[in-house]
Design a protein around this ligand. Sequence first.
Ligand SMILES: Nc1ncnc2c1ncn2[C@@H]1O[C@H](COP(=O)(O)OP(=O)(O)OP(=O)(O)O)[C@@H](O)[C@H]1O
Ligand SMILES: [Mg+2]
Length: 279
Amino acid sequence: MTMTDQQTQAEQSVQYPENTAGSPYVDGGVKVAARNSNVYYAQKHAIKDVSLDIAPNEVTAFIGPSGCGKSTFLRCLNRMNDTIDICRVTGDIRLDGEDIYDRKVDVVQLRARVGMVFQKPNPFPKSIFENVAYGPRIHGLVSHKDELEEVVTTSLERAGLLNEVQDRLESPGTGLSGGQQQRLCIARAIAVSPEVILMDEPCSALDPIATAKIEELIDELRQNYTIVIVTHSMQQAARVSQRTAFFHLGNLVEMGDTETIFTNPEHKLTQGYITGRFG
Ligand SMILES: Nc1ncnc2c1ncn2[C@@H]1O[C@H](COP(=O)(O)OP(=O)(O)OP(=O)(O)O)[C@@H](O)[C@H]1O
Ligand SMILES: [Mg+2]
């Protein structure tokens, strides 16, 4: 049986609730609101009518088995799917109440407001300094050299990397260790003062020590930013996030505060996944 047959069978055998279980919406402020989001890759329906809220200054974790659509949905939030030809996104996604898919929206500006950190650290083939300086410079956020140096230093500091690199800012970013490169990418993301940071499995290539550093950092960053993190590690989701969304075959099955999702989930599929019975 192929992967696709298995998925189709699973799709047929599972009864999805008409509405997401738990509490996908928040009462207070909402930073990002998605309503009836659908994503198609040509004929493949990868995200199915997903509606949820992301609260400000919180970490929201996306969990679920491989291929369930976590990265796809994450990429909807800063229109990274626009870069994939066969990909079509429908529905409504708002950042502070503004429709990010509106034709008037400049995607370059949008991605400065909603930054992204990828699974594999991807520093530019430039110096450590230039990796961080690039964004503020192209977005015209700084007017002179001192200001740029200040932004670079502050961003590296906030990313918990400054101490390790301050005597070699002119060395190539690619010469750092994996965990340092990932913190460099986080420094690069925060240098343009984003409001939201999307992280797609940011620790999957890191050892436990580097992972612990990034997790600590994520916890600090939420004071100033809204963070959405995709992770395969349930321990990580439990440690760093305040709310958790569980996806399964493109459906948002359940969402709620992290503690409830991990200790007292409503839906059978969520129970199965968090207890390791599948996925
Ligand atoms: N560029 C693409 N072209 C075609 N299909 C895609 C593309 N990207 C993802 N898909 C399909 O969409 C579905 C969701 O994929 P996605 O990468 O969002 O899953 P995921 O939950 O992030 O998985 P993983 O945990 O393995 O990263 C999968 O069936 C995948 O094969
Ligand atoms: Mg993924």
